[in-house]
Design a binder for this molecule. Structure first.
Ligand code: PLP
Length: 375
């Protein structure tokens, strides 16, 4: 008997026929497809991380600190730099913010419960939701007469009232569209869903344009509100797998019920602490990346394409006759970007100046021939 058929027959009914998350991991000269930080970890921090892991190595015979107390303290201090004090008990961390989101759904979702997100948004939100047996409700973005991917108070509140979800996902700045949400939307959604957990995914917060407020400023007095962050993007530590959230300590306490004991390894905690102790160095490239993001927006517009304004380290751009064909054409020229499944649009990560140049040159190579061919 075919082992695949045997396994398929055992598999949970709701997982049958599904395909796994699969951003291609290809060896290409210019990789601008998963919003990583293109710059390597600075040499000084490489040394600090190496020393921290060396010191921790002899203690690997013991389980790690289950409460990751030092890490929580360091993450709370980092978040507090933005102006809103966050106490260590209000912080939770996991192996990437994806695991933190999983913990939230394990604790507050599950069979019989529903999570609402506003699509297009982060593709992992529905995947994490459904793997926990939670029902996913595909809400919509788009405001008549405004940006096609905006989400305004009336639309968000209307959808929350109709669907009565148990969990609501907001993503700000939103992946893959790039724009941040006004706090009026966050607050209105929170008010409109009086029993729901409202999760604001702020993976790209450090890249937001000046004056973009964080939902961290709303946490006080709102125990149903959660703000998730990650060290994978601005912090240039995607391989370290560290994500975290800030919420009422009652929420973080509840998450202890679902996490596996000792889920953050000794090495992970050591690496993250060493990186956080050098936060300024780790974040040194953020301004340079924002410059490249703005260069992508103007460069793409100059080529007659339609970039969406971005508060993140990537740009979604449209007006492509055939996005799949452009994606392949770029790959043939050594540039890997992301097809997020929105017809006529592609998403490109902002990296180094050289990567921007190579991307824009490759696009110019592909696009004018088509616009030039138009009548
Ligand atoms: C990249 C990304 C994350 C990060 O996931 P990690 O597991 O922390 O690497 C989370 N949310 C969004 C919206 C993202 O784009």
């Amino acid at each position: 008997m075919d082992p695949r058929a045997t396994v398929e027959a055992m598999l949970r009914h709701d997982l049958r026929g599904r395909t796994a998350y699969g951003a291609p991991q290809l060896d290409v000269p210019v990789a601008l497809n998963t919003n990583e930080n293109s710059y390597p970890v600075p040499a000084v921090v490489v040394d600090a991380i190496t020393e921290a892991v060396r010191l921790a190595a002899a203690g690997l015979n013991r389980y790690p600190d289950r409460e990751f107390s030092d890490l929580r303290e360091a993450l709370a201090a980092y978040l507090s730099r933005c102006g809103t004090p966050v106490v260590p008990d209000a912080v939770w961390a996991g192996n990437g913010s994806n695991e933190v989101l999983l913990h939230l759904l394990q604790a507050f979702g599950g069979p019989g419960r529903r999570a609402l997100g506003f699509t297009p948004a982060y593709s992992m939100h529905p995947i994490i939701t459904t793997t926990t047996g939670t029902t996913w409700i595909d809400g919509m973005r788009g405001v008549e007469g405004q940006g096609a991917f905006d989400l305004d108070v009336a639309s968000a509140v209307g959808q929350v009232v109709v669907h009565q979800p148990d969990v609501v996902f907001l993503c700000s700045p939103n992946n893959p569209t790039g724009t941040a949400l006004g706090l009026d939307v966050v607050d209105a959604v929170h008010e409109a869903a009086p029993d729901a957990l409202v999760v604001v995914d702020e993976a790209y917060a450090e890249f937001a344009r000046p004056g973009t407020p964080s939902a961290l400023t709303l946490l006080q007095g709102r125990p149903r509100l959660v703000v998730t962050r990650t060290m994978s993007k601005a912090f240039a530590l995607a391989g370290g797998r560290v994500g975290y959230l800030a919420a009422d300590p009652a929420v973080t306490d509840a998450l202890r019920l679902v996490r596996m004991p000792y889920h953050l390894s000794t090495q992970t905690q050591a690496v993250a602490l060493a990186a956080l102790a050098n936060a300024d160095l780790m974040l040194e490239t953020v301004d340079a990346i924002k410059e490249q993001r703005d260069r992508l927006v103007s460069g793409l517009a100059a080529l007659g394409l339609e970039p969406v304004p971005s508060d993140a380290n990537f740009v979604l751009f449209g007006h492509l006759p055939d996005a799949g064909e452009t994606w392949q054409g770029l790959l043939d020229r050594g540039v890997l970007i992301r097809d997020v499944g929105i017809p006529h649009y592609l998403r490109v990560t902002a990296g180094t100046p050289d990567e921007t140049s190579r991307f824009l040159e490759a696009v110019a190579d592909l696009v004018p021939t088509r616009t030039g061919a138009a009548p």
